[in-house]
Write a protein that binds this ligand. Sequence first.
Ligand SMILES: [Zn+2]
Length: 152
Amino acid sequence: MKPEHDERFGRIVKDYLERPGGDYAELLRRGQVSSPEGVDPEEWRAEIRAKARADKIRVITIRDGDRAIAARQRTVPKDQELAELTDAVERTEVLRGLAERARAVGHEIDRWLRHDEESIAFCARCPARVYVRFENATPVVDGEGLDEACPG
Ligand SMILES: [Zn+2]
């Protein structure tokens, strides 16, 4: 993996684990966030809702076992709906294609972590990584998970 992608990969993992701006900031940035382990989900929900109310932002929160999930309710302007949908579908297709490419050399990619225009993933059986940045018609892809065989 190129050094600049390696650095971005590390930064995304770190941000995800540490959530520097807290869960509410994470919600605003990513559009969705789940309560951390060991935190009372009901208290967490109430806190997120109070902050959203103060900012006049619409959020929905749901309970998922011993966790809670908060998601931002966005209204997409009618003329942008199709473009957004097309974008989301293309993105999903690219990620699926990359997971297949990783599988061809033995890795198992079963989930992606999204960070704005970037997505990262680890192999479920070894430390191999995959990095993607969606910036132009052709996404930038990198990672040993795409080319090196899985030892796992
Ligand atoms: Zn692997």
